[in-house]
Structures are given as C-alpha cells and as structure tokens.
Write a protein that binds this ligand. Sequence first.
Ligand SMILES: N[C@@H](CCC(=O)N[C@@H](CS)C(=O)NCC(=O)O)C(=O)O
Length: 216
Amino acid sequence: MASKPVLYSYFFSSCAWRVRIALALKGIDYEYRAVNILKDEQHSDKFRAINPSCQVPCLEIDGVKLTQSLAIIEYLEETRPKPALLPVDPKERAVVRQISEVIASGIQPNQKRSVIQADGQRGHDVVDKGLRTLETFSKTAGKYCVGDVVTMADICLVPQVYNGISRFGVDLSQFSTIQRIYKALMELDAFQISHPTKQPDCPEDFNPFADPIIKK
Ligand SMILES: N[C@@H](CCC(=O)N[C@@H](CS)C(=O)NCC(=O)O)C(=O)O
C-alpha cells in the first residue's frame, strides 16, 4: 500500500498554504510535519537533509520529494487530475499561470521575511503594487480569478492576500475584484481547513494581525 504523503509546512507560510489548499481541493490525505521558520528550523541539519534548499513547502509523495509550490501543484494536477485546477482552454490556462507567476515570482519573493527583515513598509508596498497589477486582470475574472471554477490562480491569490492584510496592513478595499474573489474563496471548505490558524503548529495565542517579527 502506498504510504501517506508527508507535507513539510509552516502554518504562516503562504507557499505552504498554496499546497495545503491544492491537497484539500483534491481530497488528498497527508501527514503534516511542521518546520518552524521563526526558530530557523528550515536550516537545521535534519531539514536540510530533507530539502537542501531549506524552504517549505516540501511534499513527499509517490516516492519522490517535491519542492516549489507551483511545481508541486502541477504534479498533483497531472497525477490526480480531478477536480481540475487548470482550465482546458490553453488561453485560460495561460492566464491562470500568469496570475500564479505574478504572485509566486513577482510578489512573494520580494516580501518574504528574510528579504525585508524588519521593514514592514517595504513589504506593504510590494504586496500593494502586486495586487494593483492583479486587479487589472479582472477582465477575465468570473466568480473566481479565471472564470467560475477554482484554479491554481485562486490557490496563489488567497495566501498572498491574507499575508498582505495580516502582516503589512494592505487595504484590500482598493481592489474591488480581488476583494470579491477573496471573500468568495474563503467561503470554500478547502480554503478554510488549510487556513494558517487551523494548522497544528499555529500557536494558541497567535494574532494574525500582529506579525511576530514586523512591528508596525
Ligand atoms: N518559490 C518557493 C518559495 C518558498 C519559500 O519562500 N518558502 C518560505 C516560506 S513562504 C520559506 O521557507 N522561508 C524560509 C527561508 O527562506 O529561510 C515556493 O513557491 O515554494
């Protein structure tokens, strides 16, 4: 019998949350192993042996160890196609990947803890500018980012928006389409059960609006 997938995650990691959403949408049961980034556990010898790039997420599944959230999501899509997270139409697929890349390559790496250190204003500006770009994609939005079906773009959007609001105080009301989509997505089970505050490593006294490192 195949062993249960193992997800190395940190409750407040937006990249790990992407994978948690994809696993939840596809109904894949997994074991959760916490890597505490605030305690620098990603650089421990133990975790380095698992993922030499010292980052979460990392997913052990089907006898392979996968890193990079978008690559993991695409692997899940190819091996467990239902429900689909990418549209059939190549143009729509491209838009989904475009939105995902804006977030995964354009926003998240520039606002991560190790990059901005204690500069909350810089983090705010990076997310604010990125969401401004995403708001311009609203022409293709339906109920969700691309049409009326949840896609990888939505999986990337929610953790980034949550991060922007809770860590940097980004004012979401400026972005009416994103705000509407975010609210619609947050009503779905897969987004709720994968939420940072529902993870086993989330401290009981965690205040999502007071980042433990960045004091505004
Ligand atoms: N491109 C990677 C980024 C992964 C990443 O930046 N992970 C962060 C948490 S969201 C991390 O592990 N940070 C700790 C560190 O870089 O030391 C992905 O999409 O998975």
